[in-house]
Design a protein. Structure first.
Length: 393
């Protein structure tokens, strides 16, 4: 059957003409109720003490491996780095910000850094994203916000993938492209992270952040075939936002110089995070925890299948699609970069456009809108709202 979920039509004004997908409308009363729930009325996100002040990092267009930037924590971070498994039918996987900034549109357009109606950098670079920016700054991608194929094509074009391969997707085999471009970010949040479900404040919190080029939430789906054929079953989406920051946190109990893993926090949507005991999650052959991002919106789950959203009493679902083909980004091999050692981690702007949007986004927070502003930096959201200095408006 078809499952209809909370769309609203919005007018869109952008640098170029952007077209919205056609969506099915829900009854007004249902929409109003769901919009309130999606916005979230639960407790504020847990705050962490933090490992310490961020080091002064010079602006750079490059990022370096955590082994070079933080040798004291590199071994610990690599030991518990998640293995990410996700369907190859999702066009977007965890990648470096720098690779998204290399996107190219069919007309040669690039990712622009925009502030106050002015283009500050074209193309935008990591070095241009500094803490001295403003909260109104944003990145303007070359493809339409609601154009999944265009967004994916621009990213692949920036990687040097041929037009014939881009046009042939999903028949084209992009596993090598995905494996070669994947990356995960890390932040040592220290202690004091009090997650619902247990007394976690004494534990050391190792955060792992995933950056996806586009968020889109399946709104109208064929529930009987969604897990087997999501491209056909997903007929309308909402919550489009460029740049999608997601994260999980591994919580460690210290015993002398050593650590014992106790829990993994899967943040998911606003106020829907879940604390899972370490012995109740899957681990790969090297002992790394396995994380499964749901289709389109990329919230993290411990297994495949249809997962009822907590705020909706299982009336709305996240779909973790595991067939027919999976990308596997192994925790033992996927590059890891320390957010405490990149110059852009406290940039106060949005990692996606804000033009024509009607909602704000932080990580994985659908608001009932079709078009949503890009998210802030990981160190300016969720548990990390205390980390960076106050930003200008």
């Amino acid at each position: 059957m078809r499952d209809h979920q909370w769309p609203r039509r919005r007018r869109l004004s952008r640098r170029r003409l952007r077209r919205l997908p056609r969506v099915l409308m829900c009854p007004a009363a249902s929409l109003a109720t769901l919009a309130v729930l999606i916005a979230g009325c639960g407790p504020p996100p847990p705050a962490c003490v933090g490992h310490g002040l961020l080091p002064a990092v010079q602006p750079s267009a490059d990022e370096q491996s955590i082994i070079r930037s933080s040798p004291a924590v590199a071994a610990l971070a690599k030991r518990y780095e998640p293995t990410v498994k996700m369907t190859a039918l999702d066009r977007f996987w965890p990648v470096p910000v720098a690779k998204v900034l290399r996107e190219r549109g069919l007309d040669g357009g690039t990712v622009e850094l925009v502030s106050g109606g002015r283009i500050l950098a074209d193309p935008a670079t990591l070095a241009a994203l500094t803490p001295a920016g403003k909260t109104s700054d944003f990145l303007e991608y070359p493809a339409g916000l609601a154009d999944k194929a265009g967004q994916s094509g621009a990213f692949l074009r920036g990687l040097g993938v041929s037009e014939s391969e881009i046009d042939a997707w999903p028949a084209s085999n992009l596993v090598n492209v995905a494996q070669g471009s994947a990356q995960i970010y890390f932040y040592d949040a220290g202690s004091g992270c009090s997650y619902p479900g247990a007394d976690t404040a004494p534990y050391r919190a190792l955060q792992y952040w995933f950056f996806y080029g586009l968020n889109y939430y399946p709104m109208t789906v064929d529930t009987t075939t969604m897990l087997a054929d999501p491209l056909q079953a997903d007929t309308a989406d909402i919550d489009f936002h460029e740049g999608d920051w997601e994260h999980v946190t591994v919580l460690l109990d210290q015993h002398g110089p050593g650590y014992t893993p106790k829990y993994i926090w899967m943040a998911r949507h606003s106020n829907e995070g879940v604390l899972i005991p370490w012995d109740q999650i899957q681990h790969d052959s090297s002992g790394h925890p396995v994380v499964y991002p749901a289709f389109g919106g990329h919230p993290s789950y411990p297994d495949c299948g249809a997962h009822g959203r907590a705020l909706f009493a299982a009336a709305v679902y996240d779909y973790v699609v595991c067939g027919p083909d999976l990308y596997t980004f192994n925790g033992s091999a996927t590059p890891l970069v320390d957010l405490a050692h990149v110059s852009w981690s406290c940039w106060p702007g949005h990692f996606g456009t804000t033009v024509g949007t009607t909602g704000s986004s932080n990580a994985d927070d659908p608001t009932g809108s079709i078009l949503v502003a890009g998210p802030p930096s990981p160190l300016r959201q969720a548990e990390n709202q205390h980390v960076c200095p106050p930003a200008k408006g």
